[in-house]
Design a protein around this ligand. Structure first.
Ligand SMILES: Cc1cc2nc3c(=O)[nH]c(=O)nc-3n(C[C@H](O)[C@H](O)[C@H](O)COP(=O)(O)OP(=O)(O)OC[C@H]3O[C@@H](n4cnc5c(N)ncnc54)[C@H](O)[C@@H]3O)c2cc1C
Length: 429
C-alpha cells in the first residue's frame, strides 16, 4: 500500500503505474490521475483514493548539466540526493533544499518547498528556470517565468494538479566545498528568539530554530550556517545511517519521552563559537535514521505546520505554544523559521512573509484532532495558513481563506487530475 510519510490516512488506489519514459503519453484511463514522487509529503496531497497514482521515481535521468553555469536539466523523478552526489563534487549546490534529500524534483516543485534560507533565497520554485508539463490531452507545454508564465505560476506549488512535470531545469548555486560554517545559539524565552533571529538573519543565509515545546518559557536553540569559504579545511565525512528497527504497536512518543528528549537535546554539549559541518548533518539530520516515521506506531502521526503573517507572528506563536503545553502534547522537533518578503513563486505556494512553526504529533485520534481545532483558531485569527504538504485534516474553509488564489487556480487543473487532498479541501465529490 502506498502511504505518505506520516502514514495517515491509509487509502486504496485503483491502480499504481510506474512511469519510465518521459516521451510517452499519459496512460489511458477514465479514473482521476495524480503524480506521486517519493511520498515524502505528510497527509493526502500525494494520495488519490480510488484513483490512479503515476509514480515518477523511474523518471530518474539527468538530461544535461552545465558545470560552468550550474544549470541542471533532469527528469522529474530524480532525487535531490542524486543531484547532490552529482553536483557537490563539481562545486554546485541546490539553491533551496528542504529538510530531507529524499524528495524528487517534481515533488519539490509541486509543493514549492522551502529551506532554511527562505529569507534570502525564497523557495524552490524561484530557482526553476523552466519545466515541461504533460497534460492528459497529450499537449506538452514549456513553462517558465517568461514562457506561459501563468501555467508556470500554477504548476509551481500546484500540488500535482495541473498535469505531469516530466523534466525541469534548475539553477544551482556555486560552493567552494561540501562544508558549512555554523553557529548555535541558545535562547531562554520566545522574546529572546525574536531578537537573536533578527540579528542572525542579517548575517547568515541559513537559519532555523528548535523550540522546546515541553518548557513553558519557549526556550530553544537557533542554528545559523553558511557555505564554507575556500580556505576551510577539507575533512573526511562518512555517511552512516541506521534503520528504525521495528513498528511498535503504539507510539513511542509520549509526554515522558518528549520531556526527556527535549531536556537532553537542549543541554547537549555543543562546541562554542564557529564550527565546520558537512552539509549532510546540517541540512538532513533526520535522514540518518531511515524510516524514523515508524517510531509513531501503526496509527501514524500528524505534522502541523502553519505560517503566520509578520504583524501577528509574536502573539500567534506564543498562543500556539501555550495551547500545546496546556494539552500535554508536544513534539520532538518544533521548528521555527522566519520567511522573507520575496513574493511567492506559485499561486498556491505556502511560503509567504512571516514566520512558520512546524510540529509533529502522534495520532491519538479525537484528542489530537481537538488540539488541532484550537490551533486552527489561532492560525485563522492571525490571518495565517497551513502547509498542504504537511496536512491530512485542515478544514476546507481554512484552506480557501489562506489560499485566495485557489479559485483562479482551478482554471489550470487538468480535467483528468485530482487528489484526495483537493477533493477534501474543496468539497468536490
Ligand atoms: C523529514 C522531512 C523533512 C521535510 N522538510 C521540509 C522542509 O524543510 N521544507 C518543505 O517545504 N518541505 C519539507 N518536507 C516536505 C517535502 O519536502 C515535500 O512534501 C516534498 O514535496 C516531497 O516530495 P516527494 O518527491 O516525496 O513528492 P510527493 O510527496 O510524492 O508528492 C508531493 C506533491 O508533488 C506532486 N508531484 C510529484 N511529482 C510530480 C510531477 N512529476 N509532476 C507534477 N506533480 C508532481 C504530487 O502529486 C504531490 O502533490 C519534509 C519532509 C520530510 C519527510
Amino acid at each position: 500500500m502506498i502511504q505518505s510519510w506520516n502514514r495517515y490516512p491509509r487509502v486504496t488506489h485503483a491502480q499504481v503505474i510506474d512511469l519510465w519514459d518521459r516521451h510517452a503519453p499519459l496512460p489511458g484511463t477514465d479514473r482521476p490521475l495524480l503524480p506521486h514522487g517519493n511520498g515524502r509529503s505528510y497527509g493526502d496531497v500525494c494520495l488519490n483514493a480510488g484513483g490512479v497514482l503515476l509514480r515518477t521515481r523511474p523518471l530518474d535521468r539527468f538530461i544535461v548539466f552545465d558545470r560552468a553555469t550550474g544549470r541542471l536539466r533532469c527528469e522529474a523523478g530524480v532525487l535531490l540526493r542524486d543531484i547532490l552526489n552529482l553536483t557537490v563534487p563539481q562545486g554546485w549546490f541546490p539553491a533551496v533544499t528542504p529538510g530531507t534529500q529524499y524528495v524528487t524534483v517534481g515533488g519539490a516543485i509541486a509543493n514549492d518547498v522551502h529551506g532554511k534560507n527562505h529569507h534570502v533565497a525564497g523557495s524552490f520554485g524561484h530557482h526553476v528556470r523552466c519545466l515541461e508539463l504533460l497534460r492528459s490531452d497529450g499537449t506538452r507545454m514549456l513553462c517558465s517565468p517568461e514562457k506561459n508564465p501563468d501555467w508556470f505560476r500554477a504548476t509551481v506549488g500546484g500540488l500535482g494538479l495541473t498535469g505531469l512535470i516530466t523534466w525541469a531545469e534548475l539553477q544551482l548555486i556555486p560552493i567552494a566545498n561540501p562544508a558549512l560554517v555554523t553557529e548555535t545559539h541558545s535562547f531562554a524565552t520566545l522574546d529572546g528568539f525574536w531578537d537573536l533571529n533578527r540579528e542572525l538573519e542579517r548575517r547568515w543565509p541559513y537559519t532555523v530554530a528548535w523550540i522546546d515545546c515541553t518548557a513553558r518559557l519557549g526556550r530553544g536553540l537557533l542554528l545559523a550556517g553558511a557555505h564554507a569559504p575556500m580556505q576551510a579545511h577539507p575533512f573526511a565525512w562518512r555517511s552512516r545511517s541506521w534503520r528504525f528497527p521495528l513498528e511498535p504497536p503504539i507510539s513511542l512518543v509520549n509526554s515522558l519521552s518528549l520531556r526527556l528528549f527535549n531536556q537532553i537535546y537542549y543541554h547537549l554539549p555543543r562546541g562554542k563559537g564557529r564550527q565546520l559541518s558537512h552539509y549532510q548533518p546540517f541540512f538532513y539530520p533526520l535522514d540518518r535514521i531511515r524510516e524514523w516515521n515508524r517510531l509513531y506506531g501503526r496509527r501514524g502521526f500528524f505534522q502541523y505546520q502553519c505560517v503566520l503573517p509578520p504583524q501577528a507572528a509574536r502573539k500567534g506563536v506564543a498562543e500556539l505554544l501555550q495551547c500545546i503545553a496546556a494539552s500535554g502534547s508536544g513534539s520532538f522537533l518544533a521548528v521555527l523559521k522566519t520567511f522573507g518578503d520575496k513574493p511567492s513563486a506559485g499561486m498556491l505556494s505556502f511560503p509567504r512573509p512571516g514566520v512558520t512553526l512546524a510540529l509533529d504529533f502522534p495520532n491519538r485520534g479525537p484528542e489530537t484532532l481537538a488540539l488541532f481545532r484550537e490551533l486552527d483558531a489561532v492560525v485563522r485569527d492571525a490571518g495565517g495558513g497551513l502547509y498542504p504538504a504537511k496536512d491530512a485534516r485542515m478544514p476546507g474553509e481554512l484552506f480557501r481563506r489562506a489560499y485566495p488564489e485557489w479559485e483562479n487556480f482551478q482554471r489550470f487543473i487538468d480535467p483528468q487530475f485530482s487528489s484526495s487532498f483537493w477533493r477534501r479541501v474543496t468539497g468536490e465529490a
